[in-house]
Ligand binder design. Sequence first.
Ligand code: NAD
Length: 491
Amino acid sequence: MQIQLPTETHNCLNFINNAFVSAAGELFPIDSPWSGKKIGESRFSTKGDVDAAVSAASAAQIAWGQTPIKERTKVMFNFRDILLRDLDKLSQIVAAENGKTPIEARAGVMKGVEVLEYAISLQNLDLGGKMEVSRGVHCEYRREALGVIANITPFNFPVMVPMWTIPIALTLGNAYIWKPSEKTPMASQYLASALKEAGLPSGLFQVVQGGKDTVEAIIDHPQVKAVGFVGSTKIAKAVYERSTSLGKRALALGGAKNHIVLLPDANLDLCGAGISDSFTGCAGQRCMAASVILAVGNVDKHIEKVVERAKSQVLGTDMGAIITKEQVTFLKDAIARAEKNGAKILLDGRNTPAPKGMEEGYWLGPTVLDNVKPGSEAASFELFGPIVSIIRCQTIGEAMKIENEVEYGNACSVFTSSGVHAERVIQSAKAGMVGINVGVPVPREPFSFGGINASKFGHGDITGVHSLDFWTNTKKITTKWEPQSDQNWMS
Ligand code: NAD
């Protein structure tokens, strides 16, 4: 699948009451990381734009919340058909604005479809519950939508991350306000049109473009009942604190620094692609990307395999671009700082050739740094690029101490052929998601997604069963109809 960049610039609008409208704030450009050229523009939403989106959503949500879940789910079935029909078109939009390869973009969309399929299954799974608790008296659980909820998303998965929440929150009866990343607002135009075509009533899916001020206006709006956020740790913490200080429910997923514990007994054939693809996939711009290899004992042969595979990655074919020019500069400087700090560069991506015709784009090849010192920038700071740092250790205990000391807690994997060693890593890792011989341990639905420590602020996970409690209130109903019903200690 070849990249197809848009030939005309795209005006990315807000979507309010099933219509595309311009926001009132300042204009901002959208560049394609592939070419470095402008492919679109958008405007920041003001408080007035947010007010308009939320009050329309609030009005629309009342009837939607009272619609039976089986009827709401019909819209989601249609939505799935439309997404699959347009899979290639949507993957090209994501690739163009984000810099991924079209194949990677398609994989992200399909992960979103998987969450949609989970949402579709709720009509059969989430039955609440009812029982006769004493003669003639029944207790019942009902799940009720919160009302208007909001979600704020990062640049790195313009469809997959929003799709962690869109289908579930809507199926459960909420109205949804989405603030996409200002770096990748184009996919929002497609998703809004697709939901309209699927038959979602007007006002239930509202898109407001923008940045910090827009986010703060959303959080502060009294009718927004819950805030979902995915992005960097600093912003996740700020969004969580602002939301909860207003008494709102919030779940804010942050950044990561993921470790791979590489043991000498690891299967050599599993290591090359398993570890290399983890830090080079999506050009390392994944919150689940491997970032540090904790090399225990003599694993030089395994590392050779990793380097060999990483070296074979061709920019534009196997690997995509970096989101901005500034980020490329930051990453190149970080490599230079690591080298100055004693790291040995086993593979240097700073001069890897850009794809033909894309020389103005934002590119960096895979980079492997060896002998990185624990606690240094390359060892503990989230760089968010195709760079992996090798830290040499003598024992699993030493490796896990280093893993535990990093502030984040998204993912940790171990490559080994020993179940005992694997279990030791599972038990001692300070991470919400653990992999055994799997470089990117993203759980498939219905297993939920979420880290711990500075990778997540709030309780529960953003997908799977926990998300049901996040997007709803449970109402407990106790009923007695017959006057002759048994008396008990509660009556
Ligand atoms: P970011 O934090 O810069 O932006 C995320 C969102 O926050 C965007 O919509 C942005 O407009 C908004 N924002 C920016 N500044 C803000 C402010 N001061 N106040 C309120 N909102 C603000 O993140 P990014 O660069 O777009 O995405 C990359 C980051 O996201 C990485 O740290 C990555 O690890 C993380 N991420 C985490 C997960 C996860 O599941 N834990 C998943 C994907 C990405």
